[in-house]
Design a protein around this ligand. Structure first.
Ligand code: FDA
Length: 280
C-alpha cells in the first residue's frame, strides 16, 4: 500500500489540505493557478456528505491570500445520490463560503447517470450564485446542446474529453471522433462562452486552441488552459511563458485510489511511469 501511495504521489498532492495548499503556493510562484479537489466520490450517507461539505468550506478558508481560492467538488460526494435537496443545500453552503472568501467552485462532471441531475442542480444554484462553474465532457453525444445552452446562460464551462467508461449510445468511443467533438465545442465556447477552461493534455487540442484563438482575434485573457497535477508540467511553464493562463487541478486526500486508477487507465505513458518507478 505504501508503494502504491508513493506512485500515486505523482498525481495526488498529498493526504492533507495543507499538502495541497503548499503545492498551490509553489504553482503560484511559477505564475500558475490551482483548483483544489479533495478526493472522494459516491457518498451514500448524510453524515459523510456533511463532512465533505464542511471540509470544502474549511479548505476555502484555509487557502492563503495570494493563492486563488478555487476548488473543484464532486456532486456525488455532496449527497447527490441521497437527495437532490440535500445536495443543493450542501453545495449552497460551499458557495456561501466561497462568496465570503472571494472563491470559485467548479462542479466536476461524473458518469453519465449523473449528468442530467448535475446540470439541473447547477442551473438551480446559478440563479443565486455567480461563483460556480460546470464541466462538460466532449465525448457525450448530448454535449453540443449543453454547450449551446451554457453559452446562452453565460455559464462558465470547463471542457474536458470525459474520463468515465460510457456506452456507445451515450458517448463517442474513438479518439478521432472525440477530438473532433472537442474542437467544435471548444470553438463555440471560445467565441461565445464565458471564460471557458480548455482542460486537456492533448497537444493537438492545445495547438488548435492557440491557432484558432489567434486567427479569430480571441485574446489569451478570455480563456484558460487546465491540466492535471503530475501531467505535462513542462508544458504548463511553456504556456505561461507564451502569455496563456494556466490552471492545474490539484487533487489531495485519503480517497485517492479511484482517481489514481482513472489516470492509469487513460494513458499508456502514465502506466509506463508507474512501471519505471517499480523497477527503478
Ligand atoms: P489523452 O489522455 O486523451 O491523451 C491524448 C494525447 O495527449 C496523447 O496522445 C498525447 O499526445 C497527449 N498527452 C496526454 N498526456 C500527456 C502527457 N502526460 N505528456 C505528453 N503528452 C500527453 N473528466 C471528467 O470526466 N470529469 C471532470 O470533471 C474532469 N475534470 C478534469 C479537469 C482537468 C483540469 C483536466 C485536465 C481533465 C479533467 N477530466 C475530467 C479528465 C478528462 O476528461 C480526460 O479524461 C483527461 O484529461 C485525458 O484526456 P486528455 O485530453 O487530457 O488527453
Amino acid at each position: 500500500m505504501r508503494a502504491l501511495a508513493f506512485l500515486a504521489s505523482r498525481f495526488v498532492a498529498g493526504e492533507r489540505p495543507q499538502d495541497a495548499v503548499r503545492v498551490g503556493e509553489r504553482l503560484k510562484a511559477r505564475g500558475i493557478n490551482a483548483s483544489f479537489d479533495e478526493l472522494g466520490e459516491d457518498v451514500h450517507d448524510r453524515a459523510a456528505a456533511a463532512r465533505a461539505m464542511r471540509s470544502a468550506c474549511a479548505l476555502l478558508r484555509m487557502i492563503p491570500e495570494g493563492v486563488e481560492r478555487n476548488i473543484s467538488i464532486k456532486m456525488s460526494s455532496m449527497g447527490q445520490e441521497i437527495s437532490r435537496e440535500l445536495c443543493v443545500e450542501n453545495v449552497s453552503q460551499i458557495l456561501e463560503a466561497a462568496r465570503e472568501t472571494g472563491g470559485f467552485v467548479r462542479l466536476d462532471m461524473e458518469g453519465s447517470k449523473l449528468t442530467e441531475n448535475t446540470i439541473s442542480v447547477f442551473h438551480e444554484l446559478r440563479k443565486r450564485y455567480d461563483n460556480v462553474g460546470i464541466v462538460l465532457q466532449a465525448y457525450l453525444h448530448r454535449t453540443p446542446d449543453d454547450v449551446k445552452e451554457a453559452v446562452r446562460r453565460k455559464d462558465r464551462v470547463r471542457l474536458c474529453k470525459g474520463a468515465y467508461s460510457e456506452a456507445p449510445e451515450v458517448a463517442i468511443q474513438e479518439m478521432a471522433g472525440i477530438r473532433k467533438a472537442y474542437t467544435a465545442c471548444a470553438h463555440e465556447l471560445l467565441a461565445n462562452g464565458n471564460y471557458p477552461a480548455i482542460a486537456t493534455h492533448d497537444e493537438e487540442l492545445v495547438a488548435d486552441t492557440i491557432a484558432h484563438t489567434r486567427a479569430a482575434g480571441i485574446g489569451p485573457e478570455r480563456f484558460e488552459f487546465q491540466m492535471l497535477y503530475g501531467l505535462r508540467p513542462k508544458r504548463w511553464d511553456e504556456l505561461v511563458a507564451e502569455g496563456y493562463r494556466m490552471r492545474v487541478y490539484v487533487p489531495f486526500g485519503t480517497h485517492w485510489i479511484p482517481y489514481f486508477y482513472r489516470r492509469l487507465r487513460e494513458r499508456r505513458e502514465n502506466v509506463m511511469f508507474v512501471l519505471r518507478s517499480l523497477f527503478r
